[in-house]
Design a protein around this ligand. Structure first.
Ligand SMILES: NC(=O)c1ccc[n+]([C@@H]2O[C@H](COP(=O)([O-])OP(=O)(O)OC[C@H]3O[C@@H](n4cnc5c(N)ncnc54)[C@H](OP(=O)(O)O)[C@@H]3O)[C@@H](O)[C@H]2O)c1
Length: 252
């Protein structure tokens, strides 16, 4: 059953009660935080990502609010389509998936570039194709880009490309696939497992440096982003847009 509340105007309170949300990247970070917050607001969630162990860990605390667990690579269109088809129609489909390499452009290997495109370019395309078929007419799709789209520097060339591409994609899809809504959140630096590639000392140094540069004086938490995501899902008038949730990073 799809939520009947989302076409009305107003504050969107209660809009997620009884709704169904498919979340790719739900095994960690922002995807996990969105799943938890959506369940607190009465939604049922399906959790997807490549590692079934991570999904099972998240699902363990969400009880019967979990519709299904899907170990999949977002680059595989057929698997994505059949996973989303199983409990369709969904009210919302979200992907936070990212497999990024931060390296000078000339050092990037083809494999590293393919992994970035698979997770944040082909992946969202596959989600959009599935959404065209399996999303409720008044439903929405939410992608995640990132501040690297606007902050150029050594090591972020392809990260910027995949992020910026998503921002253009949502505007077009919001028109082509109307009345389905398409939006993207652009996070700044957020304290998630994404930064586990750094040593503790390097991570702390980075977070301190970023915090000092931001008007809000701190890096983001996964719940900051989950809260923003929930607002977009609940508000049926937000469409074809980019929400910068970066502590002021874009303007600082
Ligand atoms: N954290 C930040 O500071 C930051 C800053 C700017 C933008 N962002 C963007 O915000 C989004 C969420 O970031 P996050 O920090 O929450 O990341 P995260 O904790 O690393 O979560 C990403 C999730 O995506 C899944 N994943 C990766 N590649 C996948 C694929 N090909 N198919 C399916 N699932 C895949 C991973 O699980 P498996 O490994 O099990 O698949 C992981 O659970 C990302 O798009 C990221 O680029 C983050």
């Amino acid at each position: 059953m799809t939520s009947s509340l989302k076409t009305r105007g107003g504050d969107g309170i209660g809009a997620l009660i009884g709704s169904k949300i498919f979340i790719v990247g739900a095994g960690s970070g922002m995807g996990e935080a969105i799943a938890r917050m959506a369940v607190e607001r009465g939604a049922k969630v399906s959790l997807a990502g490549r590692s079934i162990e991570k999904l099972e860990q998240v699902a363990a605390s969400l009880g019967d609010s979990v519709l299904g667990l899907y170990a999949l690579d977002l680059a595989d269109e057929h698997t994505v389509d059949s996973a989303i088809a199983e409990h369709a129609p969904y009210d919302h489909i979200i992907t936070t998936a990212a497999n990024l390499t931060f390296k000078p452009f000339v050092e990037l290997t083809d494999d590293e570039i393919h992994r970035m495109l698979d997770s944040k370019f082909w992946g969202p395309i596959n989600v959009a194709r599935a959404a065209a078929k399996h999303l409720a007419p008044q439903g929405s799709v939410l992608f995640f880009s990132g501040l690297a789209a606007y902050r150029q520097g050594v090591g972020t060339s392809l990260v910027g490309v995949v992020n910026m591409a998503l921002e253009s994609l949502v505007a077009n899809l919001a028109i082509e696939l109307k009345p389905k809504r398409f939006n993207v959140i652009s996070p700044g630096v957020v304290d998630t497992a994404t930064w586990d590639m750094l040593s503790d000392a390097d991570r702390q140094a980075l977070f301190q440096q970023v915090s000092a540069s931001l008007p809000v004086g701190r890096v983001g938490h996964a719940d900051d982003l989950a809260h923003a995501a929930i607002s977009i899902l609940e508000n049926g008038f937000i469409n074809g847009t980019v929400l910068n949730v970066d502590g002021g990073g874009r303007i600082a």
